[in-house]
Design a protein around this ligand. Structure first.
Ligand code: PGA
Ligand code: ZN
Length: 426
């Protein structure tokens, strides 16, 4: 049972305050929960509460959230069974009482939910992936590494937010990781040779100014090839357009490649990329309210392409249910802090699985070294994880945790490889 809860303000990878929660159980376990934070957030995400006191951290402090945990939440959940994750999460949701967790804050609720998860796994004497997945959690994911950052994560002129390497053609996770990292280093030397910037964006990818968004994909293909791998067959490409960020709401157009484009023009552009690049996944190709444009693109190319919904679904089972009915996409991006509890996140993932949607578990652009999402990915056999470039400790922490899990699983470990992308495996 929960005997104590204590929250504190810590820093995330952008140097912004975030929440860390310590939850103590009667058997002496202390579970730690730490909360990430996005930059290109969806409007329908659960509410990240901040102090708004401009005198401290430019208003981004979370002392009021710390207070919510240490008083209101601590009083309400003391004595509850930490291992009854669903019961605890329900109690937190009811205590908050709003649709988007805005009263106590998503960060308060998720911090407690995650801390309980960790304490319970420790009480059971199990590593987190095994606590979550039992005998069934043994698949190491394809890690989609964001090696070139644009959009809201960089100061460059590139509109698309993330260009990722997906190492699908390998037998083991550690070999796939090595190939991706070698390609990342090769990309750096190519950029250097051309006099392009090699400074890093928020997720550890390079952030050069380029002539066009497509040039980023040319550079990635060149890097894969030069690193000694076969583009498409061994390492394929994914991108996250995060299109809400370059959508002009007033005019109803996308500001892309220095031009104004309609949704239909963007769809034609995306389709034209298929012939030119070894692309297997596109995330948020349209702004977060463009349900119709998403569905039209999915109808057109969704049989050979993974189309991922992030800002539009916000890991919310209700929005995902609509997406299933309207065939809005064929893949769910999974971010714990978009919905705010562990059990609602698992519900969204299970709903996706039952309806033929693939799932990609995701970090946020503001992260801590906490590696929970690596265990979540293996425990739930999610088969895809994105955690940025192989640079910056908070990104590496997840990739290293997968190395540990792979080693512990030993002969039982299976690498997802191309199976993670059923639409392209055919
Ligand atoms: P965010 O970006 O964490 O800044 O929202 C990640 C994403 O859009 O997938
Ligand atoms: Zn996204």
């Amino acid at each position: 049972n929960i005997t104590n809860i204590h929250a504190r303000e810590i820093l995330d990878s952008r140097g912004n305050p975030t929440l860390e929660v310590e939850l103590t159980t009667a058997d002496g376990q202390i579970g730690l929960g730490s909360v990430p934070s996005g930059a290109s957030t969806g409007e329908a995400e659960a509410w990240e509460l901040r102090d708004g006191d401009k005198q401290r951290y430019d208003g981004k402090g979370v002392l009021s959230v710390v207070d919510n945990v240490n008083t209101i939440i601590a009083e309400a959940v003391r004595g509850l069974d930490a291992a009854d994750q669903r019961g605890l999460d329900r109690a937190l949701i009811e205590l908050d009482g709003t649709d988007n967790k805005s009263k106590l804050g998503e960060n308060a609720i998720l911090g407690v939910s995650l801390a309980a998860l960790h304490a319970s796994a420790q009480s059971a004497g199990l590593p987190l992936y095994r606590y979550l997945g039992g005998t069934n959690g043994f698949t190491l994911p394809v890690t989609c590494m964001n090696v070139l950052n644009g959009g809201a994560h960089a100061d460059s002129n590139v509109d698309i937010q993330e260009f990722m390497l997906a190492p699908i053609g390998f037998d083991t996770y550690h070999e796939a990781l090595c190939a991706n990292v070698e390609t990342y280093h090769t990309l750096k030397s190519i950029l250097k040779d051309r006099g392009l910037g090699t400074g890093l964006g928020d997720e550890g990818g390079f952030a050069p100014n380029l002539k066009s968004n497509a040039e980023a994909m040319d550079l990635l293909v060149e890097a894969i090839d030069k690193a000694g791998y076969r583009p498409g067959e061994q390492i394929a490409l994914c991108f996250d357009a995060a299109a809400s960020e370059f959508y002009d709401k007033e005019k109803g157009v996308y500001r892309f490649d220095g031009d104004e484009r309609t949704g239909a023009e963007m769809a034609d552009y995306y389709e034209s990329l298929l012939a030119k690049y070894p692309l297997i996944s596109m995330e948020d190709p349209f702004e977060e309210n463009a349900w119709g444009d998403f569905a039209a693109l999915t109808a057109k190319i969704g049989d050979k392409m993974q189309i991922v919904g992030d800002d539009i679904f916000v890991t919310n089972p209700k929005r995902l249910q609509r997406a299933i009915e309207e065939k809005t996409a064929n893949s769910l991006l999974v971010k714990l802090n978009q919905i705010g509890t562990v059990s609602e996140t698992l519900d969204a993932m299970n709903l996706a699985y039952r309806n033929g949607f693939t799932t990609m578990v995701s970090h946020r652009s503001g992260e801590t070294p906490d590696a929970t999402i690596a265990d979540l990915t293996v425990g739930m056999n999610a088969m895809q994880l994105k955690s940025g470039a192989p640079a910056r400790g908070e990104r590496i922490a997840k990739y290293n945790q997968l190395l540990r899990i792979e080693e512990r699983l030993g002969d039982d470990a299976q690498y997802a490889g191309a199976k993670a992308f059923p639409r392209i495996a055919a």
